[in-house]
Design a protein around this ligand. Structure first.
Ligand code: FES
Length: 157
């Protein structure tokens, strides 16, 4: 599994809009997102959904790769605790998310850019709320610092 490339070079600060990737598990989170769409609930268009079988399949590397590729924020959305269809996938995901948040803090990207939410398939309003929350958090933090770091030896413009 490879996180999608966020695109090209960062836009000018005035035109910048947060890019958020949401890993959504098949059984509950994706269904909640789908329900939000069916009910025509509005949420920021900045989020791209990545359908995964279970949040337990989302490895540290997948989240870090998304940030490396320029995503500004990541939401990991899975089933309610005790409700994972693969028993403990969401509990493993919770531990990984916590570890990645620590790594993001250590490297100066900011752990607040990563959020986990647990949902049932009927919790469309909570899905929408959490999407708005991560987009607003990222908007306040600004662009992913990794997109503004120049490789060693690069000439400034
Ligand atoms: Fe939803 Fe595991 S199946 S988190």
């Amino acid at each position: 599994m490879t996180a999608p490339d966020s695109g090209a070079t960062p836009a000018s600060p005035a035109a910048w809009e947060p890019k958020v990737l949401a890993f959504c598990c098949n059984y509950c989170a994706y269904a909640a997102a789908d329900l939000a769409g069916a009910r025509r609930m509005q949420y920021p268009p900045n989020v791209r959904l990545l359908h995964v079988p279970c949040t337990g399949k989302v490895e540290l590397e997948h989240i870090l790769e998304a940030f490396e590729k320029g995503i500004d924020g990541v939401l990991v959305a899975g089933c309610l605790e005790g409700g994972c269809h693969f028993l403990e996938g969401n509990l493993r995901a919770k531990r990984r998310v916590q570890r990645v948040r620590e790594i993001l803090d250590e490297i100066g990207v900011g752990g607040q850019r990563l959020l986990m939410v647990n949902l049932s398939a009927a919790m469309a309003p909570t899905f929408v709320e959490r999407v708005r929350e991560i987009v607003e958090t990222v908007r306040k933090l600004g662009p992913n610092p990794l997109t503004t770091v120049k490789p060693e030896g690069a000439k400034s413009e």
